[in-house]
Write a protein that binds this ligand. Structure first.
Ligand code: BGC
Length: 724
């Protein structure tokens, strides 16, 4: 054993040495390149030359840097100078599930598989930087972009972002974690000035970015559009120079969000390295050949010539860009990448299967086992392509299986009847196009179809249209849009066997929940959508997804909304995050406001029994780990997986605290009738709070409560521990 340990130590330290040697070699190569470059060549590297590339230096063989969205697949090729699609025929890809679905898997190895697969596709498409993943915290269900993020909990997002980054970067493709930071709504995103307490900033909004840098070793970061402390996040002295580059020692490249730069001197001095998308509104129009007018182009040269900005500032940016290149396009022995492989498609399907969440299952409505029945498949989302629309994360997949297709493939003997039921219009960026259909006749047709069926599967929810789950605007209502509630009520009058499958990246209001027997959260799940949904609906796969955010009963139950307009959406200039650290379930728990569905909640087709929950001791010091062990028995008839969650709270604290916070979890697969042992380690140091006056993390001594359960609102054991 000792021998193995020391061999491992030697291998590990020689790998580390090899790494530092390689790093030194890169730095010395950069040392020798920098003096060869003219000031003009260096400045050119700091800004775009097209929509998605920045220039290299042709005379020295320094390549261009190519970027692509992200994060759910590699975006189709865009024209050089405008947002139109280039119309290539070789840029179709695998569409992976949206990141909300990945978050629901609570499965880090799947996150790694996701990153690896999307990274391989990016490598194949010759992209150097993949613009994702996004880890902005889910603060309000109205945020049009929540579907691109990993939910409301910083610990969960942190656990999942690191393996995604590693998977991508193994391919010699940089991940670009976005949008740093506080871009928690799309409304007024380009200017709103967020006022947030230091505690909430450090405890809620920064952690996933911090681990992306410190543990994930991410090579690039995208600044957010909004302002923090009166300064745009893409050139923000505190966020970029102090926190990111000084405190976290980030050695990669800061890229603007497209059109996120607003001032040359600030861009030069406050941490920005590459400026993209300026001269356009970032979305719809372009000033041709505007690149010389970028803040980090002509005006930057002026500042350098006038000595208002020292050349060392420019050299630091170029050093970072060259470092990024040595990690990506200048890296020797890059893998070749691959695209649309069966393995990628299977990865997409697996993530989708594990992320789908079963939220209600009256009388075991799901799984639908009987194949000799008539199934009415109703709702626009049963046939709608969900990789279209949504903004920059839009994809051109090689194929996308709709729910209707997936069900037809799976239920060959069933009589599947279909009706649209409602219509929403095409996804058009930045505006709503009302469909020219007669809503009443769609509704009548659906009711007729439902009448004749044994069961109804209603595929509704949101979509990727403007004011739905889409970049550039927020939702206007918490309820279901497009007359779906009325439709559902009409259907319920003729058929009371309804399963509702909610296709969305956001929580929705569900006052009609009593009208349906089953409720599944189906997300946006990419190429394999229909197959994965049919897998879960049929019971071929036992659901194990858990919600990565709370579903409040009504909008005012959500923390951000309960403080009125200044908290969300702000007064158009400023916005105050008045709920502080009490985001999501932290708010529901602490204020005792019951959510409709809680963070961490999700049902299974089997039952689990949690027992023997223990901590290894009861007294701990800062260096210790609290080891929580337990037994998990599958007492039902199906094999399945359960996510055991450990939350910790500090009653009688000298500072404000959430009742409890997620500090660990374990997803365990347990065969029917068997028992597995589980163990979750919680470093005591992770119980620190951020002390605003000393600007440091402080561990409060005394007693803590450790809560163990299978959702934030189903705690099955509570243990007391003491920190000395
Ligand atoms: C989005 C970014 C995206 C960029 C490039 C922006 O509008 O906010 O997330 O990466 O466009 O498409």
């Amino acid at each position: 054993m000792k021998l193995i340990a020391s061999v491992f130590c030697i291998l590990f330290s020689s790998a580390l040495l090899a790494q530092t040697d390689a790093d030194h070699l890169i730095e010395s190569k950069i040392d020798s390149i920098l003096p060869l470059l003219t000031m003009e060549e260096k400045v050119a590297m700091c800004h775009a030359q097209s929509k998605f590339s920045s220039p290299g230096v042709e005379r020295l063989g320094i390549p261009e840097l190519w970027m692509s969205d992200g994060p759910h697949g590699v975006r189709a090729e865009i024209n050089w100078d405008n947002w139109g699609y280039a119309g290539w025929t070789n840029d179709s890809i695998t569409a992976f599930p949206a990141l909300t679905c990945l978050a629901s898997t609570f499965n880090e190895s799947l996150s790694y598989e996701y990153g690896k697969a999307v990274g391989e596709e990016a490598r194949y498409r010759e992209k150097d930087v993949l613009l994702g993943p996004g880890v902005n915290i889910y603060r309000t269900p109205l945020n049009g972009r929540n579907f691109e993020y990993m939910g409301e909990d910083p610990f969960l997002a942190s656990q999942l972002v690191v393996p995604y980054i590693k998977g991508v970067q193994e391919n010699g493709v940089a991940a670009c974690v976005k949008h740093y930071v506080l871009n928690n709504q799309e409304k007024w995103r380009d200017h709103i000035n967020v006022k947030v307490s230091d505690r909430a900033l450090h405890e809620i909004y920064l952690p996933a970015f911090k681990v992306a840098v410190e543990d994930g070793g991410v090579w690039s970061i995208m600044g957010a559009y909004n302002q923090y402390d009166g300064q745009h996040c893409c050139h923000n002295e505190v966020l970029l120079n102090k926190i990111l580059k000084e405190d976290w020692k980030f050695d990669g490249v800061v890229v603007t969000d497209w059109g996120g730069a607003h001032d040359s001197k600030e861009a030069a001095l406050y941490g920005l390295d590459i400026e993209m998308g300026t001269g356009t509104n970032g979305l719809s129009y372009s000033l041709k050949n505007a690149y010389e007018n970028y803040y980090l182009a002509g005006p930057f040269k002026e500042l350098l010539r006038n000595k208002e900005v020292p050349e060392s500032v420019l050299d630091d940016k170029v050093r970072r860009i060259l470092r990024l290149m040595y990690r990506t396009n200048l890296k020797s022995n890059k893998p070749l990448g691959s695209i649309n492989t069966e393995a990628h498609q299977q990865t997409a399907r697996k993530i989708a299967q594990e992320g789908i969440v079963l939220l209600k299952n009256e009388n075991n409505f799901f799984p639908v086992k009987d194949e000799n029945i008539t199934i009415a498949v109703i709702g626009e989302n049963s046939i709608r392509a969900m990789t279209k629309g949504g903004g920059s994360s839009e994809l051109k997949p090689k194929y996308e299986i709709s729910p209707l297709e997936g069900l037809k493939t799976r239920y060959k003997n069933a009589n599947i009847v279909h009706a649209l039921g409602y219509a929403s219009g095409p996804p058009v960026y930045g505006r709503v196009v009302t469909p020219s259909v007669d809503t009443k006749s769609l509704q009548r047709e659906a009711v007729e179809v439902a009448k004749s069926a044994d069961i109804v599967l209603f595929f509704g929810g949101l979509n990727k249209n403007h004011h739905q789950d889409c970049e550039g605007g927020d939702r206007l209502e918490y309820g279901l849009p497009f007359g779906q509630v009325e439709l559902l009520k009409e259907i319920a009058k003729v058929n009371d066997n309804i399963g509702f499958i909610n296709i969305s990246g956001n929580a929705i209001e569900t006052p009609w929940l009593d009208d349906v027997k089953g409720f599944i959260q189906g997300w946006y799940i990419g190429s394999e959508a229909g197959n994965a949904l049919a897998d879960v609906i049929s019971g071929d796969v036992n659901p194990s997804g858990k919600l990565p955010f709370s579903f409040p009963v009504k909008l005012s139950d959500n923390a951000a909304h309960s403080f009125g307009e200044i908290s969300y959406p702000g007064d158009s200039i400023d916005q105050e995050y008045k709920e502080g650290i009490l985001v999501g379930y932290r708010w529901h728990d602490t204020k005792k406001i019951k959510p409709q569905f809680a963070f961490g909640y999700g049902l299974s087709y089997t039952q689990f029994d949690l027992s023997q929950v223990k901590t290894d001791k009861s007294q701990y010091t800062e260096q210790d780990k609290i080891e929580v062990s337990f037994e998990l028995k599958n007492t039902g008839l199906n094999n399945g997986s359960e996510v055991i969650q450990v939350y910790v709270g500090k009653p009688k604290s000298k500072v404000e605290r959430a009742q409890k916070e997620l500090k660990g979890y374990q997803k365990i697969s347990v065969k029917s009738g068997t028992t597995e042992n589980g163990n979750i380690s919680i470093p005591v140091s992770s119980l620190k709070y951020y002390d605003e006056s000393s600007q440091s993390w402080v561990l409060e001594k005394g007693s803590y409560l450790v809560y163990i359960g299978n959702s934030s609102d189903n705690i099955q054991a509570k243990l007391k521990v003491n920190i000395k």
